[in-house]
Ligand binder design. Structure first.
Ligand code: ADP
Ligand code: MG
Length: 389
């Protein structure tokens, strides 16, 4: 269990509620066990096992082609896995046809019926189920309120913006009160501003309805913003499953450290192993790191340090660091509110330090360093993530 011992301290109520979704004693709504799927010689999904909690917002995150859509289609029943099980509330649903599964899917291309009105699009499944007219009217009204498009009933899809189409597609799925909602890059076609707004709204709707969401995206920021947990995938396999905070601060691999956020990644060798810390040789430099994994002297390892965890050390700097290393500034790049310093710390290694230039205490920026200057960089051993490859 990863729950903070003192949940009130330092985190807000909403976050606490969200964290609870990750507790292992919570009921699993959906379980995938050793799911495999190939298309000819292409392995799309390999030995995929995952427990999704009831009411959880879980994201499948990974580059294009890593098997996200295939997994979602397996869960929905559009694709039969070559092996493995899919359990819903404890029952294997592998042989249950898609239309009998209490699930709905939302796609990037909204797939609204173009000749139908908004009302007819949302009500369509209810007509099929032969629900009474009054009841359908009430439900559609409720759905339009939920997605904040009251009064849009008579419009046709070609009279809607992309964001509005996606809200209607969402309403059309949610009117079925699915147990699990499957979303395949639903915001991918929207422009950045609308996408960011929809991320927050989708999250709010999910929290309100408490429906389990399985959300597919290749956008790491989207996954960080919305998810209770992120399932990071590469080549059909799970690399890491964790809360956004954990996966960001404790990536378990070179892939996780670079696909989500940015890291300084170096190869090194274990030089000394103490009870709780390691000395690592990186291109002739010695770095201290917390001993988070089992290694022995001589092991080849990879270390990753987040760019924003590297600061300026040395004379006149109050912060203390376990690791301090002098270097020469080779480049300075401004990105609006942040600035990155590329500092050569050894013959083969450039370390990147990132500072928020809006911060008054921005130390490197305050000094107005120039290319060619000598600086001392620092980072703590806690912020050094170590992986065996
Ligand atoms: N119906 C199919 N026939 C052949 N290959 C497929 C099919 N569907 C997916 N693939 C392949 O399986 C891999 C995973 O695809 P997909 O699940 O769509 O990935 P993602 O959604 O992460 O981009 C890719 O290499 C893709 O080309
Ligand atoms: Mg896809």
């Amino acid at each position: 269990m990863r729950l903070n011992k003192n949940p009130k301290k330092g985190i807000m109520a909403g976050e606490y509620k969200r964290k609870r979704g990750t507790m292992s004693e919570e009921k699993s709504a959906l379980v995938l066990r050793d799911v495999c799927k190939s298309f000819g010689t292409v392995t799309a999904v390999k030995d995929f096992s995952l427990d999704v909690n009831d009411g959880e917002f879980i994201s499948l995150l990974g580059p294009s082609g890593c098997g996200k859509t295939t997994l979602l289609r397996i869960v929905a029943g559009f694709e039969i896995p070559d092996s493995g099980e899919v359990l819903l509330d404890g029952n294997n649903i592998i042989n249950l046809p898609a239309f009998k599964r209490p699930m709905n899917m939302v796609f990037q291309r909204y797939a609204l019926f173009p000749h139908m009105t908004v009302y007819e699009n949302i009500a369509f499944s209810q007509f099929l189920k032969k629900r009474p007219k009054d009841e359908v009217e009430q439900k559609v009204k409720k759905m339009l309120e939920l997605v904040q498009l009251e009064g849009f009933e008579p419009r046709k899809p070609n009279q809607l913006s992309g964001g509005q189409c996606q809200r209607i597609a969402l309403a059309r799925a949610l009117i079925n009160e699915p147990k699990v909602l499957l979303l395949d890059e639903p915001l991918g076609a929207l422009d950045l501003k609308i996408r960011k707004q929809m991320q927050i709204e989708l999250k709010n709707i999910q929290e309100k309805l408490k429906i389990t969401f399985i959300y597919v995206t290749h956008d790491q920021e989207e996954a960080l913003v919305m998810s209770d947990r992120i399932v990071l995938m590469e080549l059909g396999e799970i690399i890491q499953v964790d809360t956004p905070k954990r996966i960001y601060s404790h990536p378990n691999s070179r892939f996780a450290a670079t696909f989500i956020g940015e890291s300084n990644v170096f190869e090194g060798e274990v030089q000394k192993v103490d009870a709780d810390q390691l000395v690592i040789n990186v291109d002739g430099l010695q770095f201290l790191a917390n001993k988070n994994i089992d290694v022995k002297v001589g092991d080849k390892i990879v270390i990753a340090i987040r760019l924003e965890k590297v600061g300026r050390a040395g004379k006149g700097v109050k912060r203390s660091f376990d690791n301090q290393v002098p270097g020469k500034v080779e480049d300075i790049v401004f990105f609006g509110s942040i600035v990155k310093y590329y500092v050569r710390i050894s013959e083969n290694i450039i370390m990147i330090a990132q500072e928020n230039i809006a911060e008054e205490e921005s130390e490197i920026a305050a000094e107005e360093n120039n290319i060619g200057d000598t600086v001392t960089l620092g980072f703590t051993k806690r912020d050094v993530n170590i992986f065996l490859e």
